[in-house]
Design a binder for this molecule. Structure first.
Ligand code: HSE
Length: 440
């Protein structure tokens, strides 16, 4: 058998942040060092682990000689080639990542908020200093979606990337659908199960998903998408009634993050979405994530797996460490750049210009001509209907009328909604949820 080409100099790793993920990564690097060295062709040495609180690291049994409370002992150690940032947050983490790169160290991070906010600046700095910046664990936990976009699909023109990227929200919607729970009950259950954070705001208001689709869209389209340009609507307004109504129409409500290239422009958005009940994404349940990528010549691909948790996230962090270590060991940095800028950036479309299909639930008085009055407001703004469903109503009670529309512009729908809600026959604010797929 031909002997594997080896480079005997060790590649050294320093970890900043020894919480659940940091400790998982450290333990794996120590336990698997022989297998990793064999795989790489050179030793991969965990040189230092820093955290301001080392209690967790000690509980995990990490060797005391590796531990320090001082991040600078990692950043300033000239022997360390790769800094793994697992501190979280965007202040100290940003400082450490930038300092590491300025000192010529490669960086691996799981920090989606940092990348989403400062990805362009960090990539520019990485290029200026000739170092790698990898962040597979920032989106989709253990699903290798970033590597797929960066490398596997390098031959493709990407048309869209979208999916379920927040496990907490998917768990909540799954429980609302399966057990008829209201949002608050399902959230409590998610917290009791340990899926939702003590402060679940980032998840349920959609900011976590916005970070993730920002990163995926930026890589897919080769231009860094500023977070404020991504439309976001969380799941706090989704009700058991709408889930049930969607179900009657043959749909499931999922929380989607969507980025599309259309008509020479790009847009990205995060919101609750009706999906046909038979579609693959509609059947992704619990805390699982799934991301669909459409491109040419590849067509449609779907990635599915655990989007969070120690094991899935550690798997992605270690994959990045090995990728960078190969570059270091074989001196093949920039084999494929972590981020390839598009030759010609495309304009970002505002949400008002985005076209989708829509579900409307109107609450009205029970009187002849109500459906006609609502349809008139839609029709006069060029919004056509694909179906109307009127729930059977007891005489004198409120009517619930469901409308499904053809593809229409968001600004036209918003104008129609305002007019519908002003109609004297309409007795509660009309619920609107966007429907996908909306291409046809
Ligand atoms: N809070 C995230 C989720 C996990 O629920 O998907 C970390 O990205």
């Amino acid at each position: 058998m031909k002997k594997r080409e080896t480079n005997h100099a060790a590649v050294r790793v320093g970890i900043l942040g020894c919480g659940t993920i940091g400790a998982g990564v450290a333990r794996h690097l120590l336990a698997q060092r022989h297998a990793l060295a064999h795989h790489l062709g050179c030793p991969l040495e965990l040189a230092r682990v820093a955290d301001i609180d080392l209690a967790g690291a000690r509980r995990e049994g990490l060797p005391a000689a590796l531990l320090t409370t001082c991040a600078d002992e990692v950043l300033r150690d000239p022997r360390i080639d790769i800094v793994v940032e697992l501190i979280g947050g965007t202040t100290a983490a940003k400082h450490c990542v930038m300092d590491a790169m300025r000192r010529g160290k490669h960086v691996v991070t799981a920090n989606k908020a940092l990348l989403a906010k400062d990805g362009l600046r960090l990539h520019t700095l990485a290029q200026a200093h000739g170092v790698d910046l990898f962040y597979e664990a920032s989106v989709g936990g253990g699903i290798p979606i970033i590597k797929a976009l960066r490398e596997g699909f390098v031959a493709n023109r990407i048309d869209s990337v979208f999916g379920i990227v927040n496990g907490t929200c998917n768990y909540i919607l799954t429980r609302m659908t399966a057990a008829g729970l209201e949002f608050g009950q399902a959230l409590k259950e998610a917290m009791a199960q340990g899926y939702a954070e003590a402060d679940p705001t980032l998840d349920i208001e959609g900011h976590d998903a916005r970070h993730k689709i920002g990163i995926l869209a930026s890589i897919a389209f080769g231009q860094w998408i500023p977070q404020p340009r991504i439309y976001v609507q969380g799941i706090t307004g989704v009700t058991a009634l709408d889930i049930q109504c969607a179900n009657e129409l043959g749909y499931v409500i999922k929380f989607l993050a969507i980025a599309k290239a259309e008509n020479g422009g790009l847009h990205a958005r995060v919101h609750p979405t009706l999906l046909p009940a038979h579609s693959m994404l509609a059947n992704v349940n619990g805390v699982f994530n799934a991301i669909e990528v459409n491109g040419a010549p590849i067509g449609t691909t779907l990635f599915y797996g655990r989007g969070a948790g120690r094991d899935a996230t550690s798997s992605a962090v270690i994959a990045d460490i090995i990728d960078v270590a190969r570059n270091v060991g074989l001196r093949s940095h920039k084999r494929l750049p972590a981020f390839a800028f598009a030759a010609r950036p495309r304009p970002l479309k505002p949400m008002a210009e985005v076209c989708t299909k829509y579900y409307l639930r109107c609450t009205t008085v029970d009187r002849p001509g109500v459906i006609a009055a609502i349809s008139r407001e839609l029709g006069s703004r060029n919004i056509g209907l694909t179906s109307v469903l009127l729930h059977e109503t007891a005489r004198g009670a409120r009517s619930t009328i469901l409308f499904m529309t053809h593809r229409a512009r968001e600004c036209d729908m918003q104008a129609a909604l305002a007019a519908i809600n002003r109609l004297p026959v309409v007795k509660a604010k009309t619920v609107m949820i966007r429907v996908e797929p909306s291409d046809e």
